[in-house]
Structures are given as structure tokens and as C-alpha cells.
Design a protein around this ligand. Sequence first.
Ligand code: BTN
Length: 230
Amino acid sequence: LVHHYEQLESTNDTARDLAVQGADHGTVVLADLQHSGRGRRGAVWASAPGEGLLFSLILRPDYSRRYWSRLALAAGLGMVDSLRSAWGIEASIKWPNDVYIQGRKCAGILVESQDGFAVVGIGLNVSSSPEGGDSTSLHEQVGVEVSREEVLVSVLDAVLQESKGCADQFASQVVRMRSYCWLTGKDVSFVSNGEKIHGHVTGIGNEGDLMVRVAGVERSYQQAELIRVV
Ligand code: BTN
């Protein structure tokens, strides 16, 4: 079921409210315009009216909650796969939550969960990308106008499919993530648990963690706020 709104504050908030009221697994909240679209770490997600695909998907995974932290990675994997197969775009995962094309951000994912459900919020630049930032849009990449409905159908299906596998298919998902990982081979600066670190990304670990060679030693990070990528 898709609830389509012309405008609202944030599809993640509306989806959460619907989920609290008992909305089913697979329910989608779609908006043409958000007044308080949110990104991770308190960032704002801006999108001109009708230019972006903005939606949130309610999930009620049937596996243990300890695997739910993998949902954002799985959603990114599904999105990258569908963009590649539907439009032949070389999309990649910018660990952990973004979709990049040609080194620029095309989509972001914000997963929020509480007891009983998770909300996977996706913002994807379809017709244009916000000015000023280093981002891109599907239109810019494909060269022709792409309909948001078409993108929604293929992305939604892929994200739903991948979200099922976070518990028992995660090992094979990680293998696919590795082949799409945009950070692999790059030098990065990031902050993890308050510590500023410089290193060389070697890939994605078995838990979906970022593997980084720091001063000659390979280390694993579950969380990292990237500052610079070279
Ligand atoms: C990020 O890049 O930090 C994540 C951005 C997520 C934006 C989407 S747009 C639809 C959904 N509703 C929100 O308020 N945020 C997500």
C-alpha cells in the first residue's frame, strides 16, 4: 500500500506514526515535497517540489532485532542493483548509507527503528539535485527524464527483497556490497567514537563494517563519520 501525500514534514515521521497505529510490513509513505526532510546526524534533506523521490518504507522484519542495523546497507545494495539493472548506471555504495554515481551523491538512506518496526527512508535525486552540494541526479546521469513512479517501483522492489536477507543472506549480500563499494582503495579521514583517523579503505568486512588500514594495521569500524575522501 502506498500513501501518497503532496506535502508533509517528513515521510519518516508519517511512516512512524502509521506504523505505531499498526500499518503493515511493506507500507510506503510517498511525498512530493517535505518541509522537514531529515538526513543522518541532524542534517537537512532538501529537495525541490516534485524533483526527488522521497519515500519511507515500513518494515516488520521477522528476524532478531540485532540484525536490523544491517538494513541501511541492504537498502543501499538494493538501490544500487536496481539503478544498475534498470538504467545501466554505474551506481555505487558510499558506505554506509549513500548511493553515489560518478563520485557524487544521488541518494541517501535514513533508517529509524523502534520496537516492532523499522522505517527505511529514502531520498533520491531524480530530476535535479540540490544546488551547491556535490550531488547528482538520475536525469543528469541518464541524460533523459526519468519518471519518479518508475524509479519507485524498481527501487522499492529491490529494497524489500534485500531487507529480507539481512539475517541469513547477509554473507552473500556483503560479497555484492564489496563489488559496489565506492570507498575501497581510497584514502579517507573520518571520526569514529570521537577519534580522528586517517587511513586507506581496504573494503567491507563480514559484518558490513568498514575495513581501514591505519598506520599499517587493518582495523574495522562499525561507525565512521567521513570527513574527507581522496
Ligand atoms: C542522508 O543522506 O543522510 C539520509 C537522507 C534521507 C532522506 C530521506 S527523504 C525521505 C525520508 N524522509 C526523511 O525525512 N528523510 C528520508
